[in-house]
Write a protein that binds this ligand. Structure first.
Ligand code: SF4
Length: 387
């Protein structure tokens, strides 16, 4: 047996025993080209935690503005103030979009956007309030840690005050965007101006302390390398050990088109599946790993359900951020299509709400009810950091 094989076999023994993988184990997984070995180990953990379930939700995205003070290299969504394509959604537009989402039976609105040069913090609170007043049944997952930090700067309030105001207006949880890559070697190059790693993690820490759940992401496949990705995962794992407030990790495949990094090719299918599998193996205290089909494509997302992922996100209407960057996926897929893709992958399609309760629908009226929480048996919520 060669040395790479021996290393991977050693890791397999740890995985089978439910032991935490170290930073070095993560690097060994990154160095391996044995995609099937990685996939089978990740699948073992995926099935240990989530059995045969393939989760999805019914959601809509709202990006209230594309005007942004920052100029992250990978971003094709942002616009300068005064540019032709710059927009800010007003109350009527937000309310209309919310009504449409409600009529379609959405259980979640996912809200992220640019960091506008002139809008006051009260606008972002109003967006949440307008939605809640229009459709109180819909869960509002809004504003990344980067946005929350920006609100802190423009409002001169603390992160805790900001989150409390948003919660009072109807905020239900935080999305995971804005994390990109935490390692300073990469972060400083691709998005050095926006919230630092420490600040991003601290926003999630505060949110968890206030009882909010959040997601976590990692933008991979640009100038990042193996050590940056493993470092990113270990930092998240450490925070999760502390708070237990993360629900889902979502590896986001880089899309180069129309960005300042358009010269860098998209990550390959092999890389997508490898990152998915390694995420499942390293993040042993995250209940869920999501294959976000908008960025991966429906076909890769479907295969990813056997490479560590247990969720493929939602039906997604009006997604702008990744489509501006060249995502060729449709703007939405139907529930029937999502269920078919999951079932064809050999998984049991289960609709969940944002906080992972089973959703039951009355086919006749289209109304829905959140049922019991989906527990994840065997999840390690405490452990050594492994660094
Ligand atoms: S990624 Fe977000 S913060 Fe960066 S430029 Fe784009 S909209 Fe602005």
């Amino acid at each position: 047996m060669n040395s790479e094989r021996r290393l991977i076999e050693g890791i397999r023994e740890k995985v089978e025993a439910g032991e935490r993988l170290s930073f070095e184990d993560g690097l060994a997984l990154e160095a391996s080209n044995d995609l099937f070995a990685l996939g089978s180990m990740a699948n073992l953990v995926r099935e240990r935690f989530n059995g045969n379930a393939g989760y999805y939700n019914v959601n809509t995205h709202i990006n209230p503005t594309n005007v942004c003070v920052y100029t992250c290299d990978f971003c094709a969504f942002r616009a300068d103030l005064g540019e032709d394509r710059a927009y800010v959604m007003d109350r009527d537009q937000i309310v209309e979009r919310t009504r449409q989402a409600s009529a379609r039976g959405a259980t979640e609105l996912h809200i992220v956007g640019g960091l506008h040069n002139k809008l006051p913090f009260s606008y972002y609170v109003d967006v949440v309030r307008w939605i809640k007043e229009t459709a109180p049944e819909i869960h509002i997952k809004a504003y990344t840690a980067v946005e929350i930090e920006f609100f802190r700067k423009i409002s001169r309030k603390s992160v805790e005050q900001i989150l409390r105001e948003l919660i009072d207006a109807g905020l239900g949880s935080l999305p995971g965007g804005g994390a990109e890559i935490f390692h300073p070697e990469v972060r400083e190059q691709i998005c050095g101006a926006k919230a630092s790693t420490e600040i991003c993690l601290d926003v999630h820490r505060t949110a968890h302390r206030l009882g909010l759940h959040s997601n976590a992401t990692m933008l991979y496949g640009h100038i990042d390398g193996p050590k940056h990705r493993i470092d990113h995962m270990v930092r998240l794992r450490e925070l999760q050990d502390e708070t237990g407030g993360f629900q889902t990790f979502i590896p986001l495949a880089f899309h180069p088109d129309n960005s300042q990094m358009a010269h860098i090719p998209k990550p390959s299918g092999v890389m997508d599946l490898k990152v998915m599998a390694i995420s499942r193996l390293m993040l042993d205290n995250f209940p869920h790993i999501k294959a976000y089909w908008v960025m991966l494509g429906l076909k890769t997302a479907q295969v990813a359900l056997s490479f560590g992922a247990d969720d493929i996100d939602g039906t997604v209407v009006h997604e702008k951020i990744y489509h501006e960057a060249g995502a060729e996926t449709p703007q939405e897929v139907t529930v029937a299509e999502i269920r078919r893709l999951i079932a064809e992958a050999g998984r049991n399609p289960i609709e969940r709400d944002t906080l992972y309760h089973r959703v039951e629908r009355d086919g006749g009226t289209g109304t829905w009810t959140s049922r019991e929480h989906i527990d994840v048996p065997g999840l390690a919520l405490a452990g050594t950091s492994g660094r």
